[in-house]
Design a protein around this ligand. Sequence first.
Ligand code: ADP
Length: 210
Amino acid sequence: MKDENIVWHNHPVDKAIRSDMKKQRPCLLWFTGLSGSGKSTIAGAVEHKLALRQQHTYLMDGDNVRHRLCKDLGFSETDRVENIRRVGEVANLMIDAGLIVLTAFISPFRENRDMVRAMLGEGEFIEVFIDTPIEECERRDPKGLYKKARAGQIKDFTGIDSPYESPESAEIHILNVGVAVEDAADQVIAYLESNGYLKPVKEACHATAG
Ligand code: ADP
């Protein structure tokens, strides 16, 4: 229950000051797509490229979050929503800290992704749709999950017996089949660059060389 005696305290150091120090515009890169589509791989490659440019980031991965922050949650509809809500709230705090946050979650439902978008400020939520045909995801199947789902050992598996609602107007749309991971990651970097989220390349190169 909300306590009316709890009052928000505004501290002297705010998001603008923290972001200025990091020379970046904080945001959340929300990677969504089927299991095996390449979300974690591309998010990791993007974070690596950002680190080389001395940008400050944090990557939250679906499986990792379920080991800790959301270990009490399962895969029921209510628990999936709560999982995404918590991730959104944590990302919001990290944005307040001035970071470029990357998340890799299947997040199959449009409504849940839009819920996170609504939690954040204008231009802070960047939806990255990793669009890989299910046949290709199933062929990759690095964790053997599709095989298990086909065998009926996993229920409500996205793409098999639970739907995936594709984004209708994702800020970044990556067709991740027959594409090098590096090129896919560069598509994200190009978006950040052209929309003013990063410090200029010259300055970034200077920082790396120094
Ligand atoms: P997700 O996080 O969406 O479940 P992963 O990032 O674990 O997917 O990727 C699934 C598999 O696909 C991994 O084995 C990864 O190496 C491979 N993969 C991802 N992107 C590509 C790509 N562009 N080309 C070839 N293989 C890829």
